[in-house]
Write a protein that binds this ligand. Structure first.
Ligand code: ADP
Ligand code: ADP
Length: 217
């Protein structure tokens, strides 16, 4: 089963994807994380991507589709992908359908996390991520704890360079203009489910688990 998780920046896509990965043994394909990996290499290519991310715009469809095909074509991940942060425009949604067809797979469910803009801004400005284990916390809503898995401590918390108020406003605008229309694309396919993303993290995951179990049988 492949699924896509939607929502504006800060809606909780990454947080919920991590829970779904654990519960259903899925593979999280976050285009934002893949792009940040490229940026960290400090190559010319990475530097160009960084500039676009800092501007709050979208990286070109060509770059994104290459990153995505690389994963969809890997038989290890076949029919167990959560697409997080992709597709972000209609062109990407159509390319994804073509790629799934090419590799004999399908999309089973689209989950849409709905959160008001005021809350989104607080979630994004409070977001911190552990650079060792990659877990995300929130200084307002989900204060960082010591991580048992890799024994990381709070010295390793980082704030993303695009999580500042100026870029956030542009990212929200990009979402409204480019990504919001994609919801209709999945609505028409009959696989879209809306979820109140303003609830507590675990209350949301419980709802997502129920929706997914209903589909997996
Ligand atoms: P996205 O991937 O959609 O941009 P994240 O999952 O990174 O969003 O979440 C954004 C921030 O909000 C993080 O700091 C995260 O800890 C926090 N967060 C996520 N879900 C909730 C929630 N339901 N309630 C409060 N804070 C949340
Ligand atoms: P968020 O959901 O919090 O906005 P992401 O990590 O998904 O964060 O994305 C960060 C940035 O990476 C975006 O603002 C955009 O510049 C770029 N990006 C991520 N995914 C895509 C995509 N599918 N297409 C184009 N650009 C993308």
């Amino acid at each position: 089963m492949n699924l896509v998780i939607f929502g504006p920046p800060g809606a909780g896509k990454g947080t919920q994807s991590a829970k779904l990965v654990k519960e259903f043994n899925l593979f999280q394909l976050s285009t934002g994380d893949l792009l940040r990996d490229e940026v960290s290499k400090k190559t010319d290519f990475g530097n160009k991507i960084e500039e676009i991310m800092k501007s709050g715009g979208l990286v070109s469809d060509e770059i994104i589709n290459n990153l995505i095909e690389n994963k969809i074509s890997n038989s290890q991940y076949k029919n167990r992908i959560i697409f997080d942060g992709f597709p972000r425009n209609l062109e990407q949604a159509r390319s994804l359908d073509n790629l799934l067809k090419k590799y004999n797979q399908q999309m089973s469910l689209a989950l849409n996390l709905k959160v008001d803009n005021q809350i989104l801004i607080k979630r994004i400005t409070g977001r911190v991520t552990c650079s060792i284990c990659n877990k995300t916390f929130n200084t307002f809503f989900d204060p960082p704890k010591k991580c048992d898995l890799k024994n990381c401590d709070q010295k390793n918390l980082v704030t993303r360079s695009d999580d500042n108020e100026e870029t956030i406003a542009k990212r929200l605008k990009t979402y409204d203009e480019k990504t919001f229309p994609v919801l209709d694309y999945y609505l028409k396919k009959g696989i879209m489910k809306n979820i109140d993303g303003m609830q507590e993290i675990n209350a949301i995951s419980d709802q997502l688990f129920t929706l997914i179990r209903a589909i997996r049988g």
